[in-house]
Structure formats: structure tokens, C-alpha cells
Design a protein around this ligand. Structure first.
Ligand SMILES: Cc1cc2nc3c(=O)[nH]c(=O)nc-3n(C[C@H](O)[C@H](O)[C@H](O)COP(=O)(O)O)c2cc1C
Length: 163
């Protein structure tokens, strides 16, 4: 049995819905245990105990969210050189961009020698005003389907040992 660890942070609910969609689809694959965890409650032991990863974060101020960065900061040295070659993918929830958060996350994963096995998924909510940015988010079915596809693909690849 392989373990897929999904770590996420979400302030207004968008990233959470994306992570839940990916987790639900991943759980439909045989041969994989899926752990869906919030970043603040996750650390190096969770990473070491898993075989593959899906990281999901909002883009805040052209970077991954502070809580997600804190998860990587706290975990970094505890897992360095111990995750080499394990597969990962990333999902970003953004208002209008998301590229920088994805780039940042990919750089950290590269430092851990993780293997990117799918293009990152960026979902834009198109919230532009302060009111809309701070409002609870509802991610559309098409976007959630992209997240589900990523979760299912990661889980299936892990179960089949193709990564
Ligand atoms: C403080 C703050 C900074 C943000 N900065 C960016 C940004 O740099 N680029 C972007 O595309 N969206 C930005 N956004 C919009 C969020 O990415 C968007 O609201 C997203 O839905 C947040 O994910 P969540 O719903 O999981 O919290 C920002 C939002 C906040 C609250």
C-alpha cells in the first residue's frame, strides 16, 4: 500500500476545495492511502511516512502563503536528502496569477530532489476587489475536475509504481 500525502493551506476556502477534490479522486484509486492534511498540522514525519506528495497553496503577495512556507521551513532540514526521487505535483489557488507561487514551490521541491510528475494546476478565482478577495470562494466544477484528475493520476501512478 502506497501513501499519498496532500498538504494544503487555505484562507478563504478555494485551495481547500481543490485539495478535497484531489483527495476524493485519489481515494477512488486502489492501492493507495490518502492523507489530506493542513499545512500548520504537518511536518517532516508526515513527509517521511509518504511515498508521493500533492502540495496546494494560495498565492499571496506573489508567493505561496505564509503558512505553507512555514510548513516547508519547518520540514526542510528534517527531510533533506531523504525524499530523493519521490513524485510530487502542486496546485495553486490564485486571484489572477499564481505563477510565482508555483515557481517557488517547484524550487523547494527541486531542493528536496523530488520528481515533478505532472504540470502544476493553477486555478484563478478572478477576485479583484478587496471585498471579493476576502470573501469565501466557490471553485467551479470544471476547475475542481482538473484537481480531481491530478489527484487520481498521482494516486494511480503511485499504486502502479510508474513514477
Ligand atoms: C493578502 C493576499 C494577497 C494575495 N496576493 C495574490 C497574488 O499575489 N496573486 C494572485 O493571483 N492572487 C493573490 N491573492 C488572491 C488569492 O490568491 C485568492 O483569493 C485565493 O482564492 C486564495 O486562496 P484560498 O481561497 O484558498 O485562501 C491574494 C489574497 C490575499 C488575501
Amino acid at each position: 500500500m502506497k501513501t499519498l500525502l496532500i498538504v494544503y493551506h487555505s484562507m478563504t476556502g478555494g485551495t481547500q476545495q481543490m485539495a478535497e477534490a484531489a483527495a476524493q479522486a485519489a481515494r477512488e484509486q486502489a492501492g493507495v492511502t490518502v492523507r489530506l492534511q493542513r499545512a500548520h498540522a504537518s511536518g517532516p514525519a508526515d513527509l517521511l511516512a509518504a511515498d508521493g506528495y500533492l502540495f496546494a497553496t494560495p498565492e499571496n503577495l506573489a508567493a505561496m502563503s505564509g503558512i505553507m512556507k512555514d510548513f516547508f521551513d519547518r520540514s526542510y532540514y528534517g527531510v533533506l536528502d531523504r525524499l530523493n526521487g519521490r513524485p510530487y505535483a502542486a496546485m495553486i489557488c490564485a486571484g489572477s496569477d499564481g505563477q510565482n507561487a508555483l515557481r517557488q514551490l517547484d524550487r523547494i521541491a527541486t531542493g528536496w530532489r523530488l520528481k515533478s510528475v505532472a504540470p502544476g494546476v493553477i486555478v484563478c478565482t478572478h477576485a479583484q476587489t478587496p471585498e471579493r478577495i476576502l470573501a469565501p470562494k466557490i471553485i467551479g466544477a470544471d476547475e475542481l475536475a482538473r484537481c480531481a484528475e491530478l489527484g487520481a493520476g498521482l494516486a494511480a501512478g503511485l499504486a502502479l509504481g510508474v513514477f
